[in-house]
Write a protein that binds this ligand. Sequence first.
Ligand SMILES: NC(=O)c1ccc[n+]([C@@H]2O[C@H](COP(=O)([O-])OP(=O)(O)OC[C@H]3O[C@@H](n4cnc5c(N)ncnc54)[C@H](O)[C@@H]3O)[C@@H](O)[C@H]2O)c1
Ligand SMILES: [Zn+2]
Length: 351
Amino acid sequence: MQTVTVSASAPYAVHIGSGLLDNAGELVSAVTKSRRCALVTDSTVGPLYAGRVLASLEQAGFSAVTYAFPAGERSKNLTTYGKILEFFAQNRLTRADFVIALGGGVTGDMAGFAAATYQRGVDYIQAPTTLLAASDSSVGGKTAVDLESGKNLVGAFHQPRLVLCDTDTFRTLPEGALADGMAETVKHALIADRDFLRFLMAEDISARMEEIVRRNVEIKASVVQEDELERGKRKLLNFGHTLGHAIEKCSGYTVTHGRAVSIGMALAARAAERMGVSPAGTLEAVEAACRRFGLPIQCPYAAGELYDAATGDKKRGLGGIDVVVLEELGRAKTLRLDMEGLGRFVEAAAP
Ligand SMILES: NC(=O)c1ccc[n+]([C@@H]2O[C@H](COP(=O)([O-])OP(=O)(O)OC[C@H]3O[C@@H](n4cnc5c(N)ncnc54)[C@H](O)[C@@H]3O)[C@@H](O)[C@H]2O)c1
Ligand SMILES: [Zn+2]
């Protein structure tokens, strides 16, 4: 087992390793005095893994109630969120108790938001079961649900007390889910660590999952520790995301987040290289990394469509929009663009 400590406002450990779910009871005991919890999971992950977590919790003296919602992004809404809260209340969960989110980013975001708001906030533990959740969403304390008007429009910052990542769970991931996680992994390497990029380009990643998650978590933690509430440096984690979100939106959310981010990174790299912000060769390296993990790089939408979708993005402040560009491989910065500037950026991103 490897452990990374996230030094957020309240520090917490991220344990990464094989078979960790069977030690959940012992690991959870280290961070709470309560012996009651609610396990939130989805209809796919629950049958696969909840039994092991519950058995381990029970052995350590915990009593747990379980809520499973239908798997998938479409469940990440106010209705499911409301049902989770009612479930907590019906089972008399108190502020002394805690929540465990067992599943991918959808489960983590939604159970985290329920924990952030139930009785004005109860502790929660993330047990991510996708590479994306392990490497990105379960660390950093962003929780949310989607509205009809857009993704993640309601949420809260609420840091977990503990993150338990059992890398064995990745073995049952559906086709394509690993690639989604690799998009955020490539993003972390591109913005923060050129050596990690070299590692990813050279190694057989399926045999190196523990290290990959660890490095992802270290990079994300180092950014989040400096800027927990995303006022500055944390924005760098949005590399590929301004246009990535626009692509998700244009597709009616049929293009998954990781795939959209992959295309978004390629677009941002092309625009930045053409504008002379990124050195020659950046686009080629970004495209090679995405291709290596089976991720798409071609954008199916015209510049005008992307611009319209991007200007509806919640990250647009009054003064303009921040896009992230690579100063070189392994180093990123934000560019503040007004609406005209964004238009030029999107034009320059087109092949
Ligand atoms: N909070 C953040 O900082 C942050 C960052 C990035 C993404 N996100 C959010 O994360 C979500 C995407 O996360 P995701 O890709 O993990 O989606 P997900 O939770 O929907 O999981 C993808 C699918 O895989 C299934 N699954 C999960 N683990 C499995 C396993 N081990 N074996 C078999 N099937 C498994 C799930 O049931 C689901 O059908 C989005 O809603 C996105 O907005 C949040
Ligand atoms: Zn992302």
